[in-house]
Ligand binder design. Structure first.
Ligand SMILES: Nc1ncnc2c1ncn2[C@@H]1O[C@H](COP(=O)(O)OP(=O)(O)OP(=O)(O)O)[C@@H](O)[C@H]1O
Length: 287
């Protein structure tokens, strides 16, 4: 039976004007789970809740232990990258290493040095002289150099150009080659998730609105483009979300349903993760 790297049940967190509402999901060991949602949907709050950086209610387990209570036991197994740089700007890589070495028993200086070379990170420059991409790569090198089994990445590719993004995605794909390794990867760059995610979780206004195996998701959902007559004839429960425009309706549907198989004349286009996210966030519900 495959084990979960992360298991979250009824996770809740309340801020004054925002709540995470009973999140339930898991990250199976050996997989990359994409956590997708618009700005302010609750991605960072979820990741920080799992890590115990902010307080929360409900179950949040990493390798079967609650990170909020047993931080020391599991921190060696987790590598974390947030989208902002958490090292002092006046540090050079050597000083980053000195800090990390004190924090992690498994710290591997040779591995860190190899990543610095591979990522072409200048060792004589301070972090404030690094570009955004270089800072992100330094954080990734630091997160990987203690040989974690799980990476928790918060917008680790945002603000980077497509070439650096692809390099970084390759690093993540390389990491996952060991089937014991797992990644939870939050992003609003849906094309990155198209490339690397095995499962996708959509979060909107602090609630999970859809989660599924990515291949199944893209095989199952489709965008029906139709006029008023067809739209009105659709059973409401078959409409996941819809949008109306000058040409008619765009309806997110389960195209494997017999209703749609019975109408090969209806135009049902394949969808991307971005299409699904846009419809889940901006489309209307009928249910
Ligand atoms: N410390 C805090 N105190 C009060 N509200 C907060 C705090 N941190 C986050 N929030 C609120 O929680 C909501 C979700 O924020 P969060 O950072 O989790 O979203 P996100 O999905 O990661 O967004 P982004 O893609 O912009 O990073 C926002 O409305 C934000 O204002």
């Amino acid at each position: 039976m495959s084990q979960n790297a992360i298991f979250v049940k009824d996770l809740c967190k309340d801020y004054d004007s925002f709540s995470l509402d009973h999140l339930n999901f898991s990250v199976p060991q050996g997989s990359i789970v994409g956590f997708v949602g618009e700005n302010g949907a609750g991605k960072t709050t979820t990741l920080k809740s799992i890590l115990g950086i902010v307080s929360s209610q409900g179950l949040a387990q990493v390798f079967g232990k609650d990170a909020r209570e047993q931080e020391l036991e599991i921190k060696e197994q987790i590598g974390v990258v947030f989208d902002e740089n958490h090292f002092y700007e006046c540090f050079k890589p050597k000083q980053v290493e000195a800090v990390m070495k004190r924090m992690y028993r498994n710290w591997d200086s040779g591995c860190f040095g190899r990543y610095l070379k591979e990522f072409k990170l200048p060792e004589q420059k301070t972090i404030k002289e690094y570009s955004r991409g270089m800072k992100m790569k330094l954080s990734i090198a630091a997160a990987l150099a203690h040989h974690p089994k799980l990476l928790i990445l918060d917008e680790a590719t945002s603000g980077l150009d497509p070439i650096v993004r692809e390099e970084i995605l390759d690093i993540f794909l390389d990491f996952i080659q060991d089937e014991q390794h797992s990644i939870l990867f939050s992003s609003h760059i849906t094309s990155d998730l198209d490339k690397i995610a095995d499962y996708v979780i959509f979060i909107h206004n602090g609630k999970i609105v859809l989660q599924q195996d990515k291949a199944l998701l893209l095989d199952t959902y489709g965008l029906l483009k139709c006029g008023r007559q067809v739209f009105d004839s659709l059973p409401r429960e078959e409409i996941v979300r819809y949008r109306q425009n000058g040409f008619g309706y765009e309806v997110l549907v389960d195209r494997t349903h017999r209703l749609f198989r019975a109408h090969p004349d209806w135009v049902i286009d394949p969808v991307s993760i971005e299409d699904i996210m846009l419809l889940l966030v901006r489309g209307k519900e009928t249910r």
